[in-house]
Design a protein around this ligand. Structure first.
Ligand code: KG4
Ligand code: ZN
Length: 333
């Protein structure tokens, strides 16, 4: 049994995990910077990289202690090298490279999206290829046919905002602190999803494409037409209706893809896959087995990076120490 150290610093969370080659999570530590960024209404890249620098050694130590592991017992170092904020990625990658060269351990750069895509398998090892991977996060909304490790075909993706980004921007209109997605979910529990109507976008050129900018504009017009009191009083219904529109669009696109492609089931991943309304809608309306990561593995974490890194390592072996960070890394690269 091998031990894999995962390091994730692509955005605003500093995360380190230790997992085994059989997918057992020995530790999965995350230090969120949400409070620092909430006051600016979004992530400030400069603040994010400075915080990563402050936190990374502490988070590493905690991950090792909680896994009852020492650095000498680590067999592979997996680190996110894209996509993400360059300054943030560089902190994690340079740190991992230093560890690799000091300890003489192999290292592999991991695509953050591949980390999400393969994360449901940590909870559901029974998932088999081919499956439909649905990444719903703050940066991406993609439906991907996964035929094997590295064999990915994007079947549908957003033309504009990612679904999590749309939720965060909608939250900002109602002064809900960043990241708004989980807070909208809580507020929506007390609201009626049918009060405000945000219709499904009709996209002529690309049948399966997703789009969230139209409903975002519709929400903005409704909110601008309200007094501050109305906004406050109707917050629950606004959140429930907007969340419903976002989640239903995702489910609708999956339903369109099901008869056209052959796959064993649908594996959701990314921060928005933590959303209970999405989970309920998927279980009710998707006529195929559906898989979700545990909630902690839905949002950014280092266990998924260790897992994806190990799967890639089995196929490609380690990387040379000079691999770059790539802020716009695609899944196919
Ligand atoms: O995967 P993630 O942690 O980071 C990216 O790779 O983007 O996703 C973050 C996104 C944010 O937009 C956040 O608002 C959203 O996921 N999110 C949620 C929930 N938890 C996180 N959206 C809806 N419901 C949630 N429970
Ligand atoms: Zn992510």
């Amino acid at each position: 049994m091998q031990r894999i150290l995962g390091i994730e610093t692509s955005c605003d969370d500093t995360a380190v995990a230790v997992i085994t080659s059989t997918g057992k999570i020995l530790s999965n530590i995350l230090s969120s910077q949400d409070d620092f960024h909430a006051k600016y209404g979004g992530i400030v890249p400069e603040v994010a990289s400075r915080k990563h620098l402050e936190l990374i050694s502490v988070v590493l130590q905690e991950a090792l202690t909680s896994a009852e592991t020492t650095l000498s017992e680590i067999d592979l170092i997996a680190v996110t090298h894209g996509p993400g904020l360059v300054g943030s990625l560089l902190i994690g990658v340079d740190y991992a490279k230093t560890l690799s060269s000091l300890l003489g351990k192999p290292i592999i750069g991991v695509n953050h999206l591949e980390g999400h895509l393969l994360s449901p398998a940590l909870l559901h090892p029974e998932i088999c290829f081919p499956f439909l991977g649905v990444i719903v996060s703050g940066g991406h909304t993609q439906c991907i046919l996964v035929e094997g490790i590295g064999q990915y075909t994007i079947l549908a993706e957003t033309l504009d905002d990612a679904c999590g980004e749309a939720l965060d921007k909608f939250g900002k209109m109602l002064s809900i602190p960043y990241p708004a997605g989980p807070k909208i979910e809580k507020i929506a529990l007390a609201g009626d999803p049918n009060v405000f109507s945000f219709p499904l976008p009709k996209i002529r050129e690309k049948r399966f494409a997703l789009s969230f900018s139209g409903i975002k504009t519709a929400a903005s017009l409704i909110i601008q037409g309200m007094t501050p009191e109305e906004r406050e009083n109707r917050k629950e219904d606004l959140c429930a209706s907007f969340q419903e529109a976002v989640m239903k669009q995702i489910i609708h696109r999956i339903q369109q893809l099901i008869p056209l492609y052959s796959f064993s089931g649908i594996a959701f991943s990314g921060g928005v896959s933590a959303n209970q309304r999405l989970r309920d809608l998927a279980l009710q309306h998707v006529q195929k087995p559906v898989y979700f990561p545990s909630r902690i593995l839905s949002t950014d974490n280092a266990a998924m990076i260790a897992h994806a890194g190990y799967q890639r390592y089995l196929i490609n072996g380690p990387m040379a120490l000079d691999f770059p960070v790539i802020s716009r890394l695609e899944l196919s690269q």
